[in-house]
Ligand binder design. Sequence first.
Ligand code: C2O
Ligand code: CU
Length: 493
Amino acid sequence: MRTPLSFSLSSSVATLGACFIALFGSVPCLHAQSAVDEALPRTVPLREAQDRNPDPRVVEVDLTARVARVKTGPSQSVEAWTYDGDLPGPLIRTKVGDRLIVHFKNALPQPTTVHWHGIRVPIQMDGVPGISQPDVEPGGSFTYDFVVPDAGLYWYHPHVMSAAQVGFGLYGAVLVEDPNDGITIDKADQQVLVLSDIAIQDDGTLEPPDSGGDAGNVFGREGQIVLVNGRVSPSVSLRAGTLQRWRIVNTAKSRYFQLVLDGQPFTIVGVDGGLTTAPVTRDQVVIAAGERVDLLVAPQGKPGGQLVLRGMPYDRGYGSSEFRAVEDLVTFNFTNEPALPNAARPNPSRPIESLSAEGATRVSLELTLVGVDGKSEFQVNGVPFWKSKPIAAKPGETQLWTITNKVKWAHPMHMHGFFFQLVDEAGKPIQPIALKDTVDVPINKTVRYLIKFDDREGEWMFHCHILDHAEAGLMGTVRLGNPPPSDIRHTHR
Ligand code: C2O
Ligand code: CU
């Protein structure tokens, strides 16, 4: 029997609150109290992968997934699932056009793969089991080898039991730099920030991925401990007014981050696929799960004083903001040097050819949530992933996707392997033009984008990046060209 789930849910809002507290409850005892007067770094540390290839155009690294105890604060640690023993995994730094070779080993007790979120890789390197490669079994290995064609901040994570494995700590960033992007900022003032959260139980162990049962799937589980480069509320030391470039990725499996810096402006110069055609200035920035932003900011304040980058509660459904606290993400301790005056910020512009809706093939997706046999199921056009048919695409074809969200939860929709450009109702580009691979589709709203497929034939996944939603049905594929048939749908139920 199928019933629209929204009705049964809205009639039990009272129990929802209790569920939220169970799912998102805060654990104040784990909040870090950073020691006074410790020598603070200028940026939040993030370990980098060691390139062992002498060729300047080849970055070759080893990466091992394994269980390890990681420190999240001065006196807190947790046994997490990690890449190379780090949470997040090491930052992989490359230049645009480089070849990246990753010798991956699986030392976890479960099969896994590595997906390179946002990078336009060949399908064989996309990390999707049953399409790209077989599972990497415990003790097994796989070599990822591809060129990074576009500058920007990307990230890597498993594509097997993703909600569980990402939630346990498996994620890391890939920075693809363009030395000629026109932004000249001291290296020491450029910062990659990996935002995430982790769910830890009272006994200090990781919360099981099925906590909260069906309601947990519908909400999208959030960890109650928020991490910045793997640390709870880190502090840095900085001269007031120093211009910074922050490239930020949200690797949380459900949580959105709404960043504010006490009302001080952020200049957003880029998003998922690198720089946009023009910067925009905002006093807050929302980063949905899976998205990235590239921004310039000059934290201002009194010498010797403090300023805190905060995450404000964001409502991505059912008043979820009411059940969360304001999070202190990064504390800036200003040095006693006189504040630098507000200088003009770089104003980079990147030409991006806008796609045209004329002649584009129409693809419409309607996202719904229904109850099937007492279980919640997310559907795309009336079917969950395991009953869906691929969307056909031809090499070179441009498609206009219209995604309508009929669910009372927002969905950050991610497309593998390709960037898309957001357009308005008339099919005209939304300015500035940006290359996106993940876009928030708000509650009861419609998002439209143009996507142009190239000749990388294969079956490419798209899905909600609230990973519990994906696993509860909110996924699909595009069959580009004529790839061999896949059995991906059978591996999901
Ligand atoms: Cu980061 Cu299939 O996604
Ligand atoms: Cu979703």
